[in-house]
Design a protein around this ligand. Structure first.
Ligand SMILES: Nc1nc2c([nH]c(=O)n2[C@@H]2O[C@H](COP(=O)(O)OP(=O)(O)OP(=O)(O)O)[C@@H](O)[C@H]2O)c(=O)[nH]1
Length: 128
């Protein structure tokens, strides 16, 4: 039986026409994604994003527009990925959990290999 999907939030940190993408370490697949992570019990989705972007990047963010959700089945698990725009409020980005970051316009995203669950979000951002 398929277990319930894991709720994951992704933050699209936006600065003008650029968005921030982050790359997992090679031993975690080396794919590009958006900073974020699992929503913990009792946490709101924006609350989880504020916590995750603080833990992963050392920045304080304001969570803005809800973007989309994608239910994706990986071989070992299913995730429900929900995305929100975020705006930097305070701090300088430091990479605590990723090997690289890039500020790109969505039109440049074809040069990066994203996690499968992120592909619909990336397409949506190209058309926004
Ligand atoms: N953060 C994030 N995770 C994503 C994205 N797309 C995607 O498939 N995932 C998957 O969703 C899951 C989120 O896990 P995570 O490791 O980021 O979350 P977390 O920080 O709460 O994890 P932890 O259990 O290691 O503390 C991972 O399996 C990750 O590969 C994305 O854009 N951002």
């Amino acid at each position: 039986m398929m277990s319930a999907p894991i709720l994951v939030v992704a933050g699209v940190l936006t600065d003008g026409d650029k968005i921030l993408i982050t790359q997992r370490f090679d031993n975690e697949g080396g794919l590009w994604e958006f900073p974020g992570g699992k929503v913990e019990q009792g946490e709101s989705e924006p609350g989880a994003l504020v916590r995750e972007l603080w833990e992963e990047l050392g920045i304080k963010v304001k969570v803005g527009e809800y973007l989309t959700e994608t239910l994706h089945h990986y071989p070992a698990k299913s995730i429900l990925l929900k995305s929100y725009r975020c705006e930097l409020v305070e701090g300088d980005i430091a990479l605590h959990c990723h090997q690289a970051k890039a500020w790109i316009t969505p039109s440049e995203s074809d040069a990066y290999t994203f996690s499968d669950a992120d592909k619909p979000l990336v397409e949506l951002l190209k058309n926004k």
